[in-house]
Design a protein around this ligand. Structure first.
Ligand code: ADP
Ligand code: ZN
Ligand code: ZN
Length: 732
């Protein structure tokens, strides 16, 4: 037999199938194998098996070995990999790699084996003990101990009775050693937590609507605090009872410990966690538990959509609107697209959950393409928290130049004196955003990027938020020597130091990229806040995501305007979502909540819809705007990115690509809404100069799209990176 093998080198030159001879009967579809390739030996995936090859037999080399005890990739996963390869125009090897833990490749991680010791059951403990020479007390004690304990870790008795004593017992045949696989379970310390609840009528009807619809995809549109998690848990439970498996995706798993806790409480070891924060060994073990069928539920961030499960009954994407569902490196997939395809291949249901669905998803629910299940009320029966709008222009007019409006100060004081907790949200970390010389106008910028540096006071460094480079703080202007430097713009660190000044005795936690570098960083901060070790949590959008803190009655949004002015068609949508999500953290239990929203622009229509919790009004406006101006979902944005450390190379590649697709544009003018080449808004990042060809096309023209992909990607070289983004969520 002949195996068709994709060699695991993600280079488009060798993105083709090679034939190898099967000598080992363990080779099957989806196996990873070692094969000779030129003078090397490399790993590859078997993607097909056939009787014969078109090549002459003497030219076909045999497979050297099979790498795993099982085919790493299933038949259904292969089909999904084909889809990814074609949809995102990536080499097959790159698509296949998505399905296995990186650790499997190159055999870097093996299962952890633990040795256990027990007494030889065919001998009597008393006889064993009496046959020992006098003075061998350690050996005698070990026999006594094992007789009582049964099976014990070898390392444990070695430590207790000494290696030599145990070795002697093993040599005599008194003690037998067995090896077992040991799972390294992540988040072991997480207490499981579960509340037995009676479903509300809204939850019941959402569940029955999702289970009984004949549509594959359901949108669960439920306001914040409406109990979506409970709906997910019941759906998963029903799927398991039918002998099937489930995948649950969350935007960032470290941010959702309560989801994990509840899943663990209900489903115990049936739950497996996949995410990048785990150690290599943990990741491999969790993957293996799913692969072998030991665990039936995969929970994780976007990459868990590739979980090695079969018989999938249900895929859930919680907070489906979240930007983290888009991959930032090749293949630049959108998780929803993969989930839809996977649901189609496996015959599973797909549930998209959100309080603020994306314009695209809600549009599809309205048009009937998706089933719509709505939950309009909070579990506690309370209204959503009231907004207090602080007009920062009139604050300044009244002489308040601080970052806290008088309203916010007053509400913080009220909240603290009644023993409740507050969350303050500002979507910018660091202390101040810009360092400027007041005498000559010099602005501190990153050497690698065309970006101003942020001042971080805790480390006294200037940091670039694009490439993470840090620089020593300036004592004087490098241009004119003046010491008259100003710090403008506010970050989370400054909020904390201002709070400490205003409320000296108050406990404050800060959650942003700087404070969550360690594996359990998020978890520890969230836990301390839940345990009321602090009164106020200050943070970036991390604080907006899904948390359920019953004592939080105040949310402060320090700069509601910030995301409104990004040069991006989704900035209005993003602002609406962020405000609604972060506001939704307030007043979730029996106490009513408030939200103070600070803005320089209170009449802005996006803010107005958000203040009134008017998602539908917002949708109507945004949707008709996109339709009339030709933006997604009514158009497709394609951005061809060209990046090189050499400015000239990048510029020349840009010109060539532009000239190559121009005829396509000219022949199909009606299909294009926009076509031009330009510098990218941020001209340089990490030392790479950045250019782009930007296009907007009518949506249903995959022919032109495919041509653009193949024309452009051909220009990729070692010196010049070329890639294409579809409807990118930011255009920096
Ligand atoms: P959402 O994800 O929709 O914002 P959650 O799923 O976090 O809301 O639920 C909000 C709170 O309501 C949680 O504390 C949850 O335990 C609780 N809850 C959910 N369903 C019920 C129910 N049927 N009865 C009582 N409490 C519930
Ligand atoms: Zn200066
Ligand atoms: Zn930089």
């Amino acid at each position: 037999m002949i195996a068709e093998v994709i060699v695991d080198i993600a280079h488009s030159d060798i993105d083709k199938v090679f034939d190898y001879l099967i000598l080992n009967s363990d080779v099957s579809l989806g196996s990873r194998v070692e094969v000779p390739f030129g003078r090397q030996k490399i790993e590859g995936f078997v993607i097909g098996i056939k009787e014969s090859s078109d090549l002459p037999v003497e030219k076909i080399k045999p497979i050297i070995s099979v790498l795993d005890d099982f085919p790493a990739i299933s038949k259904n996963q292969l089909e999904l990999a084909y889809f990814i390869k074609n949809r995102y125009h990536v080499p097959f090897a790159l698509a296949l790699r998505l399905f296995i833990p990186a650790e499997l490749r190159g055999g870097r991680v093996k299962e952890r084996i633990v040795s256990y010791a027990s007494l030889n059951s065919s001998l009597s403990p008393i006889e064993m003990a009496s046959s020992l020479r006098k003075g061998a007390t350690a050996q005698a004690n070990a026999i006594g101990f094992l007789n009582l304990q049964g099976k014990v870790k070898l390392s444990e008795i070695n430590e207790k009775f000494g290696n030599s004593a145990i070795k002697a017992l093993i040599e005599k045949g008194f003690v037998v050693v067995e090896q077992e696989k040991a799972g390294r379970q992540p988040y072991k310390e997480l207490e499981s937590f579960s509340k037995e609840v009676e479903l509300t009528e809204e939850q019941k009807s959402a569940i029955s609507s999702i289970e009984n619809t004949d549509k594959t995809i359901s949108l669960l549109f439920g306001v914040t605090g409406s109990g979506k998690t409970e709906v997910y848990l019941r759906l998963i439970n029903d799927v398991l009872n039918n002998g099937k498996t489930a995948i649950m995706l969350v935007p960032e798993i470290a941010l959702t410990p309560q989801m994990l806790r509840q899943l663990r409480a209900r489903f115990g070891d049936n739950v497996s966690i996949l995410h990048s924060g785990l150690s290599a060994g943990e990741r491999y073990d969790e993957w293996l538990r799913l692969k072998t069928g030991e665990a039936k539920i995969a929970i994780g961030a976007r990459s868990a959509v590739f979980a090695p499960l079969e018989d999938i009954g249900l895929i859930i994407i919680d907070e489906e609107h979240d930007g983290s569902y888009e991959a930032e490196t090749s293949p630049r997939y959108k998780t929803i697209d993969i989930a839809i395809k996977r649901a189609e291949i496996y015959g599973s249901k797909l549930v998209l959950g959100s309080a603020t669905p994306s314009i695209e998803s809600y549009g599809k629910a309205l048009s009937g393409e998706y089933n719509l299940a709505e939950m309009k009320n909070r579990i506690n029966g309370k209204n959503l928290p009231d907004f207090i709008v602080a007009d920062m222009r009139s604050e300044i007019r009244n002489g308040n130049e601080s970052i806290f409006s008088s309203y916010l100060k007053e509400e913080i004081a009220k909240c603290l004196s009644s023993g409740n907790q507050a969350i303050l949200f500002l979507n910018r970390r660091g202390y101040s955003q810009q360092v400027l010389c007041r005498d000559c106008g010099y602005v501190a910028k990153c050497e690698n990027c065309d970006i101003t540096l942020n001042y971080h006071r805790d480390s006294n460094l200037l940091k670039c938020h694009y490439c993470n480079a840090s620089y020593r703080m300036l004592s004087a202007c490098p241009e004119c020597g003046s010491t008259n430097l100003s710090y403008s713009g506010t970050g989370t660190q400054k909020i904390v130091s201002e709070l400490k000044r205003l409320f000296p005795d108050v406990g404050i936690l800060r959650m942003d990229n700087d404070t969550t570098q360690t594996k359990e960083g998020h978890y520890n901060i969230l836990k301390d806040f839940a345990d009321k070790k602090a009164d106020i949590l200050v943070g970036t959008q991390m604080v907006a995501k899904g948390h359920d803190f019953p004592s939080v009655t105040l949310v402060g949004i320090l700069d509601a305007d910030m995301s409104l002015y990004f040069s991006d068609y989704r900035s209005g949508e993003r602002t609406f979502q962020l405000i609604t999500q972060v506001a939704g953290r307030s007043g979730r239990a029996d106490k009513k909540g408030v939200v103070v929203l600070q803005t320089y622009n209170p009449s802005n229509s996006v803010l107005k819809f958000a203040l009134n919790y008017d998602y539908k009004g917002f949708f109507e406006r945004e949707n008709s705007l996109r339709k009339s101006t030709g933006f997604p979902p009514y158009a497709l944005i394609l951005r061809v990115m060209i990046e090189s450390e050499d400015d000239l190379t990048a510029m020349e590649t840009l010109k060539k690509i532009y000239e190559r697709i121009k005829p396509l544009y000219e022949e199909n003018r009606n299909e294009f809404l926009f076509f031009n080449k330009m510098k990218s808004p941020v001209k340089r990042i990490k030392n790479k100069y950045r250019y782009q060809v930007l296009m907007r096309l009518h949506v249903n023209n995959s022919d032109i799209k495919d041509k653009i992909y193949s024309e452009c990607l051909a220009f990729k070289t070692n010196k010049c990176l070329v890639y294409i983004e579809e409807n990118p969520s930011s255009l920096f």
